[in-house]
Structures are given as C-alpha cells and as structure tokens.
Design a protein around this ligand. Sequence first.
Ligand code: SAM
Length: 243
Amino acid sequence: MADISMNRLAEGAAKLGVTLDSSKLEQFSIYYRDLVDWNSRINLTAITDSEEVQVKHFLDSLTLVSPINAKQCHGCRIIDVGSGAGFPGIPLKIVLPDINMTLLEATTKKALFIKQLFEKLKLKDIEVLNARAEEAAQKPQYREKFDIVVSRAVAELAVLSELTLPFCAIGGFVIAQKKGDIRVEMEQSVKAIEMLGGKLSIIEKVRLDGLEDERYLVFIEKISSTPQKYPRRPGMPEKRPLK
Ligand code: SAM
C-alpha cells in the first residue's frame, strides 16, 4: 500500500504541544492501515477516511496528553476502560512511552485487534484485558491500582463513574472524554460520583481544528475508597444507574 500522509496529525499534534518524530508518525500510519484492514472483517469504527481518522481518533485521543503530563505521571499506571479499537489508550502510549498502559475491552475481537497492533508497534509496558469492567474492577490486582483512568465514548457519566472509579487509586483521577451537551448527565452523575468515592473536579473544553461538535474532558478526583459492593454485577450499572 502507498504511504499514507500523517501531515494532518503532525500539524494538529504540534498545536496540542506534542511533537511527533518520523518513527511515531510511522507507528500511527501502521495503526491507520491496520484499523482499515481489520475493519473490513470486524466492526471497529465508522470512520475510515485517513484525514478523519487523524482528527477524530488520533488527535482527539491526544487531547489527553497535556493533562496527563500536568500530573507529572512518568511511569504511572493508566487504564483505558472500553478501549474499542484502542482509543485513547494506544495513541497515548505511542506518545508517552513511559506510562504503563492497560487497555480494557469486553469484546474479544476488539481485544485481539488491540493485542496484535501493540505487538506490531513494538510497544512495551502495555497489556490488553479482555473483560468487563464490572468483573475486572473486583479483582485485587486491578482494584484501586491506577493513577489515571481514561475512557472515551463508553457510557453516560453516572454509569461510567461506576465502571471507572473502582479502578482509580485514592489521589488519582478519572478523565472522561465527552461530547455534546453534557449538562444533564453531569447533574445526574453528582450523587453516583460521591457514592463511589469521587469528586467532580474540573471540566475542560477541548478545541480541535476541523471539529464542529463540542468536546470536553471531565476530571473526577478519587478522594476516598470505593465501597466493595461497586461495581455491581455486569450490566447493572447501565440498567440501573446510581442516581
Ligand atoms: N473508547 C473507544 C473509542 O472511543 O473509539 C471505543 C468506544 S465504543 C463506543 C465503547 C466500547 O466500550 C466498546 O468497544 C464496548 O465493547 C466497550 N465496553 C462497553 N461496556 C463495557 C464494560 N462494561 N466493560 C468493558 N468494555 C466495555
């Protein structure tokens, strides 16, 4: 296949304060080709145009680089809950090689895609966990063990809090990538976040050239331990959100 230009990504990343050298751009190019190739067999994404993938998947994932760097998080543990085809976890790992990354994904085919991709990209200190968040978060090796929990496009905030806060160590943060009008789900999540040991911290508006829709990073601080009964059994957080 002919080389695919990653210029849009390089320019957009520079505006986010991220410099991508030729080897990182090559890694993103391999990622793009693999995504499109696997997408013809399993449903990974509705977005396949090169420019669109560069903006809506790669750059959107990289909007987390600056907040993660601000936490001075070298060598820290990060989990991406509901990673799908690897967003935002794999772009973050390419750009921040020092972090220890776990990608959690319930669908086996997607988890297989993620695994073969990070092996092909020769990324180290990265693992994929093919499991549901409700079950993985009850395991001692994952419970309250992560400095930062990230998640994009998985569930409304009240549900997402139950799927993410149990993974977060006290003093750490959940950073949820959200789009659209989030006022109502923010209001409806306040109680759930409190019950789970969290505190809504700040909301940052994300600006990316070429994207009309409103995107936000919602920061939730982990201030106390999550009661052991959360998360409830698989499906319950979504069926009966804590409110
Ligand atoms: N984060 C990716 C992105 O932004 O492109 C994927 C978003 S996709 C809409 C949501 C993903 O979360 C799906 O791949 C789904 O299998 C996964 N997921 C949903 N609920 C989950 C759960 N309880 N535990 C683990 N994965 C879950």
